[in-house]
Every structure is written in structure tokens, then in C-alpha cells.
Design a protein. Structure first.
Length: 126
């Protein structure tokens, strides 16, 4: 409950009040979305621990693990891109300022595509 509230609050503040003024705007939104997606799986995990049985079948297992892999990789890649951006900002501050919001959106999309590519075998049960 706290995780959902915190991530929704982050999304509202970032989208409503900051209007993409910060360079990390796109990445923070990415992290909040990845966390919210991960939190969708928590009720299923809690139900399994409470009942000590898996009630969701093979498909539910695949979906849950796929969602877990997808969000885990998306979060890791987003944090990696954020760290690289900060490193570049220290190393070459003028180059970093000139990077557009579109550039950051492409990087963010790339993190999700790479995460999806890595989660795809689990999704397809290969």
C-alpha cells in the first residue's frame, strides 16, 4: 500500500508540477512505473504465502515471473542510464545540458525494450 501510494505520488508530482524541467524527469517516471508494475504482482505472492498453495496455474506463474523479470530489468537499466547521465554531466557538463528530452525518451524506451527482450523467453515459456 505504501509503495503504491509513494509511486503514484511521485508520478503525480513529476507529471503535474515539474513539467519535465529536470534532466532526470523521464528516468524517475520510468522507475515509478516499473515499481508500480512490480507491485501488481504482490497480491498474488501474498495469497500464495497465506494459503501455502499456488492457485493461478501455469499461465499465472509465467505472467508473474515475466512481470518480475521485466520490471527488475527495467529498473536496473534505468538506474544504469541515470548513473551514466550523471557521470557524463560531471565529466562534460556542457554536452549534457544540450541533450534533448527526446534523447532521454529514446534511452528510456530502449531500457524497456531491452528489458522486454530479456523477459520474452519467460513470457513465451522457452
Amino acid at each position: 500500500v505504501v509503495g503504491v501510494a509513494g509511486n503514484v505520488y511521485t508520478l503525480v508530482v513529476m507529471c503535474r508540477f515539474l513539467h519535465a524541467s529536470a534532466s532526470m524527469y523521464v528516468y524517475v517516471i520510468n522507475l515509478a512505473l516499473a515499481d508500480l508494475l512490480y507491485l501488481l504482482s504482490i497480491p498474488f505472492i501474498v495469497a500464495t504465502y497465506v494459503t501455502k498453495e499456488w492457485h493461478f496455474g501455469d499461465m499465472g506463474c509465467r505472467v508473474l515471473f515475466s512481470l518480475d523479470f521485466l520490471t527488475m530489468h527495467a529498473s536496473i537499466f534505468t538506474l544504469t542510464v541515470m548513473s551514466s547521465e550523471r557521470y557524463a554531466a560531471v565529466l562534460r557538463p556542457l554536452d549534457t545540458v544540450q541533450r534533448s528530452k527526446g534523447y532521454r525518451k529514446v534511452l528510456a524506451l530502449g531500457t524497456w525494450l531491452l528489458a522486454l527482450l530479456l523477459a520474452l523467453p519467460m513470457m513465451l515459456a522457452i
